[in-house]
Design a protein around this ligand. Sequence first.
Ligand SMILES: [Fe+2]
Ligand SMILES: [Fe+2]
Length: 264
Amino acid sequence: MTALSLSENAEIILKTHNPFKKCFLTFKTINKWKKKQINIVGKNFCIEEPYRLNKPIILPPKFMPRRRGLNKINARIALIHSLAHIELNAIDLAWDIIARFNHYKLPLKFYDDWMRIAKEEAIHFLLLTKRLKDLGSRYGELDAHDGLWDAAKKTNQSLIERLAVVPMYFEARGLDVSPDIIEKLSKVKDHKSVKCLEKIYKDEINHVKIAEFWFRWVCEKFGKNPKITWQTTISSFFCKRVDLPKNNKAREKANMSAYLSYNS
Ligand SMILES: [Fe+2]
Ligand SMILES: [Fe+2]
């Protein structure tokens, strides 16, 4: 029997309903790739949406309840639940980018980089779901929204758009809000949650950095200026010239500083 290609493995993972099995298959596939038991990328595979269990119930972002006061355990559960859901989407987004854009003739380093991200997203999901359990809840118990995956669907046709909008705009926003959340959790002495979020924050800086590297790579391949391309891509995604995020230490480490000012 011939071994499955990397894209075929990505398809299996994207079509896996159970998030814990998805994590397990993520680790297994990456190990096989490292041992060269999977040695071809294969034909590209495109899915409209990854498969999901019937819980959590998915609501439009505007219907999500507002969270207040992290001194209350329910607010902390709601926070960790929403972050766990983002991490689950991030696992699928990594496999989707691996499977969807093969026709760009990407170097093997692209696949190594996005598999590293898939693995870290799976670790983040498992860390957060473990924390949810400690707090007396579990993943699926609360509602969630799929804002990140909606952005992915709108950028299905272009690797430049996908990288610009999903990791370099939406995921990078996590770099802005994380320090504040970590500080609030420290104040209420939830040290275990702080530890989880600190690890995730550190890894996410590198994820944005990897996305920026590949965004620049594709822009150069097509003779485009990365800064102008990023700014015009996000403006056309939102149908208006957007207020650019403020630079900060994390964005600097992720090589995003150069993108964060308009020339005029
Ligand atoms: Fe993550
Ligand atoms: Fe990430």
